[in-house]
Design a protein around this ligand. Structure first.
Ligand SMILES: [Zn+2]
Ligand SMILES: [Zn+2]
Length: 213
């Protein structure tokens, strides 16, 4: 019966390292298991104090440190997710813009070649060459100065975003890196929170056990 109780009450299960089973009589100033090195305390992210997993409130600042960390990290991850979705949307818009741009370039090129061909066919080289030259210059100005801004307005993506794309993608990469760093922290505090909740449900379940015995 005592072993069953020890499994359900945290104060008894804390006497052993949850990772390797090494007996911990007194945690004292230690924060890690002397045998396997697993962290046995939970760090409060608001004041950095180490807390034993059996307490609910931080010994130093009094905050509900698991809950506080959970809210803190899940808010951060949610915010990063939102920003990354926005970036994905921009990425998709940019791909569409590039496709449209390529198609427009092809269209302008084919049309210009046709005009060149017919002007050479109909006129002498003297008349045709100014037409071809002005057509080339006109196309250059059209394609470099007007087409991309016009297409980006059409698609609904800011032209500034297109011109500063390298910077935009670097920022998104940074966000992804931050998310990858925060997710394990969130998972850690989530696990600690779940464990703590299980411990708090333990006394009522032992009473239930006693009744059934
Ligand atoms: Zn251990
Ligand atoms: Zn604290």
């Amino acid at each position: 019966m005592s072993s069953g109780l020890a499994k359900k009450l945290p104060i008894f299960s804390m006497a052993q390292c949850p990772n390797c089973g090494y007996a911990i009589d007194q945690l004292g100033m230690r924060t890690h298991c002397a045998k396997c090195g697993k962290q046995l305390t939970i760090r409060c992210i608001s004041c950095q104090a180490h807390n034993p997993p059996i307490f609910q409130f931080c010994l130093k600042c009094g905050s509900d440190y698991r809950m506080f960390a959970l809210i803190y990290y899940s808010d951060k991850v949610k915010q990063l997710d939102k920003q990354l979705v926005e970036y994905q949307h921009l990425y998709y818009q940019r791909a569409r813009l590039q496709l449209l741009k390529r198609l427009s370039y092809c269209f302008v090129l084919v049309l210009s070649l046709a005009v060149c061909y017919f002007s050479l066919l109909l006129f002498s080289w003297k008349i045709a060459s100014p037409i071809i030259l002005s057509l080339a210059l006109g196309n250059y100005i059209l394609l470099t100065k007007f087409l991309t801004p016009w297409l980006s307005r059409l698609i609904g993506i800011s032209y500034q975003t297109i011109t500063e794309w390298r910077q935009v993608s670097l920022i998104a990469k940074k966000w992804q890196g931050q998310k990858n760093e925060l997710q394990p922290q969130l998972a850690y505090y989530q696990e600690q929170f779940n464990q703590f909740q299980t411990y708090h449900l333990a006394p009522s379940s032992t009473e239930h056990d006693r009744e059934t015995c």
